[in-house]
Design a protein around this ligand. Structure first.
Ligand SMILES: CC(=O)N[C@H]1[C@@H](OP(=O)(O)OP(=O)(O)OC[C@H]2O[C@@H](n3ccc(=O)[nH]c3=O)[C@H](O)[C@@H]2O)O[C@H](CO)[C@@H](O)[C@@H]1O
Ligand SMILES: C=C(OP(=O)(O)O)C(=O)O
Length: 427
């Protein structure tokens, strides 16, 4: 078991930080390597994360030769002629995003079996929209023994309206439609930058996808697809996490190559809090003020405020002068970090999906435990401004989405280290 130990209170982060390729982009990009029937695919700027190893294992299990060169941060796959049909529980239970292999396996084989993803600590993770979209394209879907099984003699295009712009359902339907007969029109589609990145890869592979990044995506089916090369888009959530880190420590940090367009809602809220945001040639500089102003934030699908930045933003609201409000509309159970933050002195009232946070200039270090991926980052952030020592445990969540997080913070001046305790496992 590992723990992160932070001596906080005095830190003012300074310097510049490099951001990895996006976890939430690379996972569907890896799933897309199922689609080509010829050639090699090379993905560059691949982040070194436990979720990437899990998705690599799924792809290899499907008979697709894959090499992950960590030194070059690249993944190479060879198109397979005999793609297997099943993604077992072993992988899907580790990572719900593995459900995005359903559409591509079905497109290649006319038959796919994927273990049901189930819920997770941040809320239930239903896949009704994935299923209804594939059914609209002619797939027959059954659920049995914890598996979802999809069969289609021939997938065809259709009009499908999603009553919520689900990221995963958009990706699954897009990928299934690339090799279908005719034209698929997907309305109220998710608009995240990671959707655009997937569409770009699919088009380089020979697919015909238009409109990604808008709420209507049109996919014209093609006969076959081929390998290509592609660089993964930058992780806007990792970039956003470092923006908040600079903002709360009265820091001055250049987030290298950060894309303003991808982080517009966060930058707008940070600016409302009094943070200086300067666009430079090499990235975006964030300068934290002496005192942050309180803000009301509501999470929404892109281009609204991302739920994946909610926990980190509450660390900023916690130290703002006055009362802030956080409304979480995407996942029903994503406030567990606030309970841990109470151990450090946070005063918060939580009622259903709304947290009223009383800002304070005094927090004290404590032993806390991360409950999910972004909770782990948020606790580390608050640990940097709390007096004394904060110890953050259960880091398996952090390792799903952040590469060398403590080393990057240390290089900006934080007093932070990671220790390994023999013989004790995360639970
Ligand atoms: C690997 C990845 O990219 N993960 C991201 C992706 O997750 P993911 O793709 O799972 O998120 P979705 O956009 O699908 O889910 C958002 C909401 O829609 C609901 N829903 C979803 C599908 C469905 O068939 N039915 C349904 O009701 C979910 O319960 C949830 O309340 O987008 C989320 C929302 O931005 C992010 O927090 C995750 O980091
Ligand atoms: C919730 C997240 O990821 P996932 O969908 O992979 O659980 C996240 O990245 O914050």
């Amino acid at each position: 078991m590992d723990k992160i130990i932070i001596n906080g209170g005095q830190t003012k982060l300074e310097g510049q930080v490099e951001i990895e390729g996006a976890k939430n982009a690379v996972l569907p990009l890896l799933a897309a390597t199922i689609l080509p029937s010829e050639g090699e695919t090379v993905l560059c700027n691949v982040p070194i994360l436990s979720d990437v190893y899990t998705m690599n294992a799924v792809i290899k299990h499907l008979n697709i030769p894959l090499i992950f060169d960590e030194a070059k941060k690249s993944v190479r796959t060879q198109a397979a002629t005999d793609v297997a049909i099943e993604a077992p529980y072993e992988y899907v239970s580790k990572m719900r995003a593995s459900i995005v292999v359903l559409g591509p396996i079905l497109a290649r084989n006319g038959h796919a079996r994927v273990s049901m993803p189930g819920g997770c600590t941040i809320g239930s993770r239903p896949i009704d929209l994935h299923i209804r979209g594939l059914q609209a394209m002619g797939a027959e879907i059954t659920q049995n023994g914890g598996f979802i099984e999809a069969k289609a003699t021939e997938l065809h295009g259709a009009h499908f309206y999603m009553d919520f712009p689900s990221v995963g359902a958009t990706q699954n339907i897009m990928m299934a439609a690339t090799l279908a007969k005719g034209t698929m029109v997907l309305e109220n589609a998710a608009r995240e930058p990671e959707i655009v990145d997937l569409a770009n890869l699919l088009n380089k592979m020979g697919a015909d996808v238009k409109g990604a990044g808008t709420d209507t995506i049109i996919i014209k089916g093609v006969e076959k697809m081929h390998g290509t090369s592609h660089s993964v888009v930058q992780d806007r959530i990792e970039a956003g996490t470092f923006m908040v880190a600079a903002a709360i420590t009265q820091g001055n940090v250049l987030i290298l190559d950060a894309v303003r367009e991808h982080n517009r809602p966060l930058l707008s809220k940070l600016s409302e809090m009094g943070v200086a945001i300067i666009q430079e040639e090499d990235g975006i500089r964030i300068i934290g003020p002496d005192t942050l102003k309180p803000v009301t934030v509501k999470t929404l699908p892109h281009p609204g405020f991302p739920t994946d930045m909610q926990a980190q933003m509450t660390a900023a609201q916690a130290i703002a002068k006055g009362e802030s409000v956080m409304i979480e509309t995407v996942f029903e159970n994503r406030f567990q970090h606030l309970e841990e933050m109470r151990r450090m002195g946070l005063s918060v009232d939580i009622s259903r999906n709304t947290a009223n946070i009383q800002g304070s200039s005094h927090f004290s270090g404590a032993e806390v435990r991360s409950t999910d991926l972004r909770a782990s980052a948020a606790l580390i952030l608050l640990g940097m401004v709390a007096d004394g020592t904060t110890t953050v445990g259960n880091l398996k969540h952090l390792d799903r989405g952040y590469y060398k997080f403590h080393e990057k913070l240390a290089s900006l001046g934080a007093d932070i280290k990671r220790i390994h305790l023999e013989g004790q496992d995360d639970v």
